[in-house]
Design a protein around this ligand. Sequence first.
Ligand SMILES: [Zn+2]
Length: 510
Amino acid sequence: MTKETPINRLTVLLAVLAAVAVVVTGLLGGAVPAHAATAAPKPVTVSLTFDDGDADQVQAAQVMQQNGLVGTFYIITGYLGAPGYMQQSDLAALAAAGNEIGGHSVTHPDMSALSQTEAQRQACQSRATLSSWGYQVRSFAYPFAESTSKTRDAVQACGYTNARGLGDVRTTRDCAGCVTAETLPPRRPMLTRAPSQVEADWTLADLQQQVTQAKTDKGGWVQLTFHHISDDPTLDPTTSPALFTQFAQWLAAYSADPANVTTVKTVGDAVGAPVQPVVQSPVPGPAPAGVNGVQNPSFQTTSATSPSGQKCWQYGGYGSNTAAFSTVTPGRIGTTSKAVSVTVSGYGDGDAKWLPSFDLGDCAPTVVPGHTYAMREWYKADTATQFTVYLRDSVTGSWHYWTSSPWYAAAPSWTQAAWTTDQIPAGFDGISFGLNLFTNGTLTTDDVALYDTVGAPAIATPTTTNTATPRSRTAAALTRIAPVVDALTVRSRAVLGQLDTSGTAGEIPR
Ligand SMILES: [Zn+2]
């Protein structure tokens, strides 16, 4: 029975009067009963979180262990083992010390800009990979703290029980009108409120304030977000190891004092939801025989959410050189069509090229191990060029340099480069490739195609003009992609994609 009756109303009134009496007693200086509202303790839960799996966070974990603290480490599974990032063995040590391993996507895209299917691949594959290594994965952090309702649904559908935003809790620097802490349980588990990330200029007092302001206000849950733990100022944002140690020592002492009713917990333990089953997220099937597998092959579709401006294309390149990327008109056919161009200057080493986006299936063509593929691309160039080819690991979703084609001579008018790959090695399910520049010059490309060689359309005039034989690498020797660290911070989202995403030396015939 839920309808309120006069008897019930009287009962409520009596209860209110009793409560007032207790409060008045307290105000008058009598002994304060443990259940008095004014004296109720305001418990605070603190979670120390670390984004991206940077290798320098290992020392933070050691400091935490020395002080009896645990935290949550959000891992970009596709970058694990790359230079500057943790190894798989680091995760094992973190977990053994009581830390939580959380997900931070496979390749750190702005997930709010992805289709829901692709966002779900980013979330599910990161969780499936971490789970396959034995971790109980409950917590997720959105790359760049960006999400939409579709993103949040996708992350939840993968079995994550909570996901962190940033910038919704008051700090000494921003969000003056915001709450001082998240509630427990959080109002919206798939978009938990947290202060802005800890910046390089935060002081010990700033860090302490996040804890004590919650304590003196309403209590609740404080998630602190660290990135690099290093004295290297070029790593942004970073916290010095000395400051982190000071804060860890303070927090350990503070939480050890029962009067402060403060507990340090991993995010998963703070939220407390049980571990969900692993959810898989398959890649799309390969293009049918005779169908071009390249998305947006003629650069006719722009995209406001693609950092390159071209839907399903990214800038690639590595090494010492300056590359300028652009979309040009006209393209190869017609007067209003488009093509893309790259100009390299100041060449020292490395290369530059346009590539189908290193993603998990919406853009990069799906390939089948054991099959060979015909790649074709029209180009104009004032110097030599070659195909550079990358493959996606079908288990982890990470991208690896595979091989390069022989090179193609400079061509003042539109010329088609065509090359057939070796058999795709076992363990890889996606491909990305493009003609590159490996010296100073300008290269313009258009009408890119990839066919399974079985059923591929014939070429009227094959134009392979080179002689050198490329070396391809065996699956075991495929080199891991080295992403640029600066691309991984919240603030540098605007330049993501203009930085090196391929990072591994190609085989340039000399
Ligand atoms: Zn991140």
